[in-house]
Write a protein that binds this ligand. Structure first.
Ligand SMILES: Nc1ncnc2c1ncn2[C@@H]1O[C@H](COP(=O)(O)OP(=O)(O)OP(=O)(O)O)[C@@H](O)[C@H]1O
Ligand SMILES: [Mg+2]
Length: 135
């Protein structure tokens, strides 16, 4: 468990966590609106794909950052509108060449059946308690 009391510290926590990640890793990010999930992902991206410009796929549910030897997929299910959109996202294929980070994974419950990292962000004023575990 670590404590981050600014966006910069949350980004730094993401940076530290990035060194644990390998191709094939799935990361489920949990926490209320504004907890800092996207902020944390920015830190991860700064390590895994430091020079990436974000590729823009045809749907906003997902951003793709190309690193040198892996691809980082950042998916946000908050705006998921239909099951059809879900079929377009082939997470298991993405895991073959990269790392997948998912915000609001509860919208896609079967995800949690895959081996994954849980990153749980709890808000306490300006601070965030960040709990990371392997499941
Ligand atoms: N310690 C902190 N860590 C991260 N963000 C913080 C912190 N303190 C304040 N903030 C603010 O909280 C917000 C976090 O936004 P962010 O988009 O990262 O959250 P999120 O969990 O991705 O939300 P959403 O569920 O809407 O996608 C930002 O506005 C940020 O400036
Ligand atoms: Mg977010």
């Amino acid at each position: 468990m670590s404590k981050a009391c600014s966006s910069e510290e949350t980004i730094e926590a993401g940076r530290r966590f990035a060194s644990e990640l390998r191709k094939g890793d799935l990361v489920l990010l949990m926490g209320v609106l504004g907890a800092g999930k996207t902020t944390f992902v920015r830190g991860v991206a700064s390590v895994l794909a430091p020079n990436a410009h974000v590729s823009s796929p045809s749907f906003t549910l997902m951003k793709i950052y190309r690193g040198t030897d892996l691809v980082m997929y950042h998916i946000d299910f908050y705006r998921l509108r239909s099951v059809q959109e879900l079929w377009d996202i082939r997470i298991e294929e993405f895991l073959e060449d990269g790392v997948v980070l998912v915000e609001w994974p509860g919208r896609f419950p079967s995800l949690a059946k895959l081996p994954h990292w849980s990153v749980i962000l709890r808000v306490s004023g300006d601070c965030r308690w960040i709990d990371i575990r392997r499941s």
